[in-house]
Design a protein around this ligand. Structure first.
Ligand code: ATP
Ligand code: MG
Length: 441
């Protein structure tokens, strides 16, 4: 019997999730993949490692959904109860699956380990369920069907049980679950994401205006994280994919009209990736001189594969002595009555010193007060000066901006890095300097 997967739910299993000891990243990833496959996700449920609660959750989700994707609890230890819970929900016996047992054995042999009764339990499945091969670990997945009686009569709901460890879960989903999905025919879901930096989420909403009203099959929403405001575009409706894309093209054009100059990338692109792509296209290099970020800006840049094509390195000048010795900041700027280490003058001297000393085409310099100590009159915690210096003109082109971030250390460091990247991004994109979020006049 086949039915469409019009409504799906995700069931996460694990004490560590309900107790707040680990973050449920599996449901986020699964939701994204299911929605992109055209299967609409209507609920996320989490239960502890408890056989009865898990079996009850499966049956109650089956009343309202056509598919439940369950993660966790498939391993060999006593707290891994998913096989038993599915069997109870299906009202089925647990039987040993010979093929799965052979796979568990092969996987263990490859790791030079012997089969224990615990491992053997992983090859058990409800009699009417199938196992799903695990390409990365020993625990096979399960695929079963629940039959439940609701007020509307008998319903069927498919259940996929995947391992908890994210890599195993993702691989099993891609290799064996995706092909079993039956998104409703005649319904298309297409999504796009555009990323902006420099605007508050509420400003983005104002600029998008009526586009954000949820009334047609075209939906626009925003999410904010670390200063990046992402605009999510979604088509969900009866048109075939090509026609949906035409509608999304038009919607994207209008979104770009609204936030255009602040838009830096799309889909999985990050600000650092976009900056590095612009640098690579121009065959230009970048370096950093960092005080309050302690090297974090260079770390963010070098996390991107291929960054060595453009990133030459960084000077971490946390002390005044090293600002002078390594970055050539004039000692007169750093004395008691001078502008001080947290000043526009110092940031600009650091950027120019790095341009020269590191031999780069562009240098980003950051100096500020990350806190909790160090506030001065007129310079509260969260005050940061960021400078960008670029070769090409004589003297080199330097730009300094002052920011006032929220007075929380991690936040100051994080936003400093991204604001520095945004300044370089604006420069490389040939845009006039636009005021960034938290920038002071
Ligand atoms: P194992 O064979 O490793 O025991 P399992 O299928 O039994 O796998 P769990 O024991 O429930 O899975 O979880 C194993 C680990 O997987 C957890 O400690 C956690 O690190 C990770 N994990 C489990 N569920 C999630 C989740 N929803 N999101 C992110 N990570 C998870
Ligand atoms: Mg486990």
């Amino acid at each position: 019997m086949t039915h469409e997967h019009a409504r799906a739910a995700i069931l996460s299993v694990g004490d560590e999730i309900v107790l707040g000891q680990s973050l449920n990243t599996n449901s986020r990833w699964l939701s994204d993949r299911l929605v992109r496959a055209g299967v609409s996700v209507r609920a996320h449920t989490t239960v502890p490692d408890d056989l009865q609660l898990q079996a009850e959750a499966l049956r109650s989700l089956a009343l309202e959904h056509d598919l439940v994707v369950c993660t966790g609890g498939l391993g060999p230890t006593a707290d891994d109860l998913t096989r038993g819970a599915l069997a109870r929900a299906m009202d089925d016996e647990l039987v040993e699956d010979t093929i799965a047992l052979a796979q568990v054995q092969t996987m263990l042999e490859a790791r030079g380990r012997a089969l224990t009764p615990h491992h053997r339990a992983q090859a058990m499945r409800p009699a009417r369920a199938h196992t799903i091969p695990n390409l990365l670990g020993t625990a096979p997945g399960l695929w079963g069907t629940l039959h439940v009686r609701s007020t509307a009569g008998e319903r069927v709901c498919d259940v996929a049980c995947l391992p908890g460890p994210p890599r195993e879960m993702m691989t099993m989903f891609e290799s064996h679950v995706l092909a079993r999905l039956r998104p409703p025919s005649g319904r298309t879901v297409r999504t796009r994401v555009l990323h902006t930096f420099g605007l508050a989420e509420s400003d983005v909403a104002i600029r998008l205006g009526e586009l954000m009203e949820r009334k047609s099959s075209l939906l626009v929403g925003t999410t904010a994280s670390g200063g990046v405001v992402s605009v999510r575009l979604r088509y969900e409706g009866p048109e075939p994919p090509a026609a949906a894309d035409v509608q999304l093209d038009e919607l994207e054009r209008r979104v770009r009209e609204g936030v255009g100059e602040y838009l830096f990338g799309r889909e999985s692109q990050t600000l650092e990736e976009c900056v590095l792509a612009l640098l690579r296209a121009r065959r230009e290099s970048v370096g950093c001189v960092e005080s309050c970020t302690g090297g974090a800006l260079c770390e963010v840049l070098t996390r991107v594969p291929g960054s060595s094509a453009s990133v030459l390195g960084a000077l971490v000048t946390y002390s005044n002595e090293l600002k002078n010795k390594l970055a050539g900041v004039d000692a007169s700027l750093l004395v008691e009555n001078g502008p001080g280490a947290v000043s526009a003058e110092c940031a600009s001297a650091m950027a120019l010193g790095g341009l020269e000393g590191l031999g780069v085409a562009h240098c980003l310099a950051i100096t500020g007060i990350a806190g909790p100590d160090g506030a001065r009159p007129g310079k509260p915690v969260g005050t940061v000066f960021i400078a960008r210096a670029s070769r090409g003109a004589t003297p080199p082109d330097v730009e300094v901006r002052r920011f006032q971030f929220t007075a929380e250390r991690e936040h100051v460091r994080d936003w400093s890095c991204r604001s520095a990247l945004a300044m370089l991004w604006q420069h490389l994109s040939g845009l006039p300097p636009m005021k960034l979020l938290r920038e002071q006049p």
